[in-house]
Design a protein around this ligand. Structure first.
Ligand code: BGC
Length: 349
């Protein structure tokens, strides 16, 4: 366990200096573009040992691609989403916890909605009858991280990717990792005669994916969502897709059953896992962060899911097929996932 010592005199001076020099840290919107040339380590193809790490994900196939993970930029964005709160500014060279920084004084913030104890959120640390088992599958809640064991500082989980300038949980419900799942449903773009359309610049065929416009921030995204307690990732992928892109919760019973059958066919075929790990999400804090599993389900012939009527539901304001293209800005790390899909399938990016 590491100790962070704080010297109050220094804190004010450092804050002032950072404000004056205007250190580079991202704003939450618009999206900071991600590229595979990011100066960060490369995720290597996982070994067999990765599959036994987490029982919730062992049915999925892994890709062989190596694409750089997203940088820790959105996790330092200003202001913190859903608030006017300014994070303590963290320059690039101080993100890593191993850099000793006694002056670091993160702002404490847990959103009032999270603190009011909705069913999806943990109680506060120290509350009676709350003894989370960090780094373990804790009853129905998976508190393991895809990055391996994380450290605790004064009993609080420490963000494995480093400092964010904000302590507490912010908008996130769980202390430590908050697990999500992202279904990327694709098909080939075809013309009126059914021929694949190629992009004039890359000459590669164009893939399309189902995208939703998120109600919370207005950004386009993959229709993903949080893994419910006790739920498998496979089920979350299908449930979130059905709720957000097909509005399954509002369909009449007969139609819902039919949709369910069609979707189950697509989602039980082995998906192509394009990402599994930490997400550079604007909601991240020093003590709570997003992790996700992104899986591509591809409708090669265009006659399976492509025929289902899209209808936005739940957290989605709009839903539509969108061409995969590096110029299209997307929420959190979603561009990074789509880049991997395009590369794996030899499509335009
Ligand atoms: C979203 C996912 C996203 C994850 C991490 C979840 O709230 O629904 O689509 O990948 O957060 O940013």
């Amino acid at each position: 366990m590491r100790r962070l010592r704080l010297n109050q005199d220094w804190i004010g001076r450092i804050r002032l200096a950072l404000t004056i020099v205007g250190l580079p840290y991202a704003v939450c919107k618009p999206e900071t573009r991600l590229s595979s040339s990011s100066p960060l380590s490369i995720i290597h193809s996982p070994s067999a040992a990765d599959w036994v790490h987490n029982p919730y994900t062992n049915t999925l196939r892994m890709t062989s691609s190596t694409v750089a993970p997203p940088p820790h930029l959105k996790s330092r964005c200003q202001p913190y989403p859903g608030s006017q709160i300014k994070r303590f500014p963290v320059p690039d060279d101080k993100v890593d916890w191993s850099m000793v920084w006694p002056q670091y004084l993160p702002v404490q913030h847990t959103d009032p909605n999270v603190a009011s104890r909705p069913t999806w959120a943990d109680p506060d640390l120290g509350s009676k009858a709350f003894s989370p088992r960090f780094n373990r599958v804790d009853g129905p809640v998976d508190r393991t991280s895809f990055l391996g064991d994380y450290e605790l500082l004064q009993n609080r989980p420490l963000n494995p990717r480093g400092r964010t300038g904000l302590a507490g949980r912010g908008l996130l419900g769980r202390w430590g990792p908050n697990h999500a799942a992202d279904p990327i449903v694709t098909r080939w773009k075809v013309d009126a005669t059914g021929q694949k359309v190629s992009h004039p610049a890359s000459r590669r065929p164009v893939l399309q994916f189902i995208s939703i416009k998120r109600k919370d921030c207005g950004e386009w995204a993959v229709p993903g969502g949080m893994v419910d307690p006790g739920e498998t990732v496979t089920l979350t992928l299908q449930r979130e897709f059905s709720e957000e892109a097909l509005n399954s919760l509002a369909l009449p019973a007969a139609e819902r059953a039919q949709t369910h059958q069609r979707i189950t066919q697509l989602f039980t075929a082995p998906g192509l896992q394009v990402y599994r790990g930490y997400v550079d999400d604007p909601r991240n804090t020093d003590n709570a962060w997003m992790e996700t599993v992104a899986v591509n389900f591809h409708d090669e012939t265009g006659n399976s899911v492509s025929e289902l009527p899209l209808q936005a539901g739940d957290d989605a304001g709009q839903v539509t097929w969108v061409d995969l293209d590096s110029a299209f800005p997307l929420y959190a790390s979603h561009s990074h996932f789509l880049e991997t899909v395009a590369k794996e399938r030899g499509a335009h990016w």
